[in-house]
Design a protein around this ligand. Structure first.
Ligand code: HEC
Length: 196
C-alpha cells in the first residue's frame, strides 16, 4: 500500500471515529482527479493537439503516485474506473473499459451504432491513458522490462485507441471488433512483460 493511500485510510478512520458517514469520499476523490486528467487529455487528442496532450500527461503523471492508480481507470465505473463514455450504462458490470474491450473483441451487437458516441470518446480516453502510461515509464532497464519495450507498448496502445475511436465513429461492427481486439492485444502484451 502506498503512503498516500495509508494516509487517506488513516483519515477515513479518523472521520469514522468522528461519526462521518462519507468515509469513502477521500479515495473516490483521488480517482476522480486521475479520471479528470484522462478526460482532459482525451479532448486534446481528439482535437489533434498531440504535443499539448503529451505535455499535459507529463504534468498530470507527476501527481499519480502508483501506476496501479492509473490502470485502475480501466475498471468499471462502479469500482472507481472511468466507465464507457460520459453516461453510466444501465448494466454496471459492463460499464468499464477493460470489460467492454474484451466483449467487443469477441462479438459486436448489431445495434452498436447507438453507442457510437460513447465508444468514440472512450477510444480517446484509451489514447490519453497511453500518454499518461508513457509518462510513467520505468527509469531503468530490468531484464526484459526495458524502457524501450514500455514505450513500444504505450505507442501500440495509443495507436490502437485512436483506431478504436475512428472505428466507433464509423459505426462498422467488424471494424469496431478488429479495433477492440487490437487495443486488447496492446494491453495484454505489456501485462505479459511488466505486470506480476
Ligand atoms: C505499457 C504497459 C501497460 C499497458 C500498455 C497496459 N497496462 Fe495495465 N498494467 C500495467 C502494469 C505494469 C500493471 C500493474 C500495476 C501494479 O499493480 O503496480 C497494470 C495493471 C492493470 C490493471 C489492474 C489495476 C488495478 O486496479 O490494480 C488493470 C485493470 C489494467 N492494467 C488494465 C489495462 C488495460 C485495459 C489496458 C489496455 C487498454 C492496459 N492495462 C494497458 C502495464 C500496462
Amino acid at each position: 500500500m502506498n503512503i498516500k493511500l495509508r494516509f487517506m485510510l488513516a483519515g477515513v478512520a479518523f472521520m469514522a471515529a468522528l461519526g462521518f458517514t462519507y468515509a469513502s469520499l477521500p479515495i473516490a476523490a483521488a480517482g476522480d482527479k486521475v479520471g479528470a486528467a484522462v478526460k482532459k487529455i482525451g479532448v486534446l487528442i481528439k482535437k489533434g493537439d498531440n504535443a499539448g496532450a503529451s505535455k499535459d500527461a507529463s504534468a498530470a503523471a507527476k501527481n499519480i503516485e502508483e501506476l496501479a492508480d492509473l490502470m485502475h481507470m480501466f475498471r468499471p465505473r462502479s469500482k472507481g474506473g472511468l466507465g464507457v463514455g460520459e453516461k453510466p450504462l444501465p448494466n454496471k458490470a459492463k460499464d468499464g473499459i477493460e470489460v467492454m474491450l474484451r466483449d467487443l473483441a469477441r462479438d459486436v451487437p448489431s445495434n452498436i451504432g447507438k453507442q457510437a458516441e460513447a465508444l468514440e470518446i472512450t477510444g480517446y480516453w484509451i489514447a490519453a491513458m497511453a500518454d499518461l502510461t508513457h509518462a510513467k515509464a520505468p527509469k531503468k532497464n530490468l531484464g526484459k522490462k526495458t524502457i524501450k519495450a514500455w514505450n513500444d507498448y504505450t505507442t501500440d496502445m495509443r495507436v490502437a485507441g485512436l483506431a478504436f475511436a475512428k472505428a466507433a465513429a464509423g459505426k462498422g461492427g467488424q471494424e469496431i471488433k478488429t479495433a477492440a481486439a487490437k487495443v486488447n492485444a496492446s494491453c495484454n502484451n505489456c501485462h505479459s512483460i511488466f505486470k506480476e
